[in-house]
Design a protein around this ligand. Structure first.
Ligand code: AMP
Length: 278
């Protein structure tokens, strides 16, 4: 860690721009698209791989999280990433994961992932605080795939006044529309073939948002997923700033539909921007 700090300082002393892509590994094209963007936009691209125990609300989920260190390293070399940071839990949490870095997150975590994964975003805030304290970067690249996470991290950056700009990158998808995710590796074959209906219905919402009322749209989407054999945990149409559910699409300039859906034993999340007049 000391070594990394010295290396980054040398880059900063040369006025070089540092771009940082934090990940939990099992890298796929979604991660790599952000790495490639950071390589293009910055002088130095640093990627971290750290499966953060503090953000898992289920121990079993942490244990079965996919880990592919060999291929991750090779793919990062091929994408032009200059520095790979793979800290141990002790390096990130020298005093243990119970460290209190809580900040008021209020309405940002009252719905969706925050509601169904209690403690998850508190864990995300902890790890991002520790990572940004070590990896002193100017640009932080994160995916729209985890939309609520980008809102929480943006809030945290502002709260602590970290001198970093958050760049939210578009979701990269498989050819059939399924959002790429490390968890896709865990899908059984039959569930993998059902899963694209998640994105299909999000796209349908985008077409219908100006024609249909929100409640009917919600029902139609949930029914379609259930009929297909999936188990939706939530599907919410929210204001993209407040993350609160909306009923009137006309009253909001930025609307996002977000969901978590179980495909067998695998929990998939996805979202789509339905309206963006920011
Ligand atoms: P994870 O390794 O799942 O913690 O993800 C690390 C980063 O990659 C997060 O900022 C995610 O939002 C982003 N990410 C994950 N999946 C995708 C995807 N399909 N497209 C773009 N970014 C993604």
């Amino acid at each position: 860690m000391k070594y990394l700090g010295r290396v980054l300082k040398e880059h900063r002393d040369r006025n070089e721009v540092i771009g940082f892509v934090p990940t939990m590994g099992a890298l796929h094209r979604g991660h790599l698209s952000m790495v490639e963007r950071a390589v293009k936009e910055c002088d130095i691209c640093i990627v971290s791989i750290f499966v953060n125990p503090a953000q898992f609300n289920e121990q079993s989920d942490l244990l079965k999280y996919p880990r592919t260190p060999g291929t991750d390293k090779r793919q990062l070399q091929e994408s032009g990433c200059e520095i790979l940071f793979t800290p141990s839990t002790e390096e990130i949490y020298p005093g243990g994961t119970d460290i209190d870095l809580s900040i008021p997150l209020d309405h940002l975590v009252s719905e969706m992932e925050g509601k169904f994964r209690p403690g998850h975003f508190e864990g995300v805030v902890k790890v991002m605080h520790m990572l940004l304290s070590i990896v002193t970067c100017q640009y932080l690249y994160m995916g729209q795939k985890d939309f609520q996470q980008t809102c929480v991290v943006r809030h945290m950056i502002n709260y602590y006044d970290f001198p970093v700009k958050l760049i939210v990158c578009p979701t990269v998808r498989e050819e059939d529309g399924l959002a790429m995710s490390s968890r896709n590796l865990l899908l059984e074959e039959d569930m993998r073939s059902l899963a694209p209906v998640i994105n299909k219905m999000l796209n349908w919402c985008k077409m219908e948002i100006h024609r249909m009322d929100i409640e009917s749209m919600r029902h139609a989407v949930l029914n379609e997923w259930i009929d297909a054999g999936l188990r939706p945990e939530y599907f919410e149409i929210v204001d993209g700033y407040t993350l609160q559910e909306i009923n009137d699409p006309g009253a909001s300039v930025f609307i996002v539909a977000c969901c978590a859906v179980w495909a067998g034993e695998v929990r998939l999340i996805d979202n789509i921007i339905l309206k963006d007049q920011r």
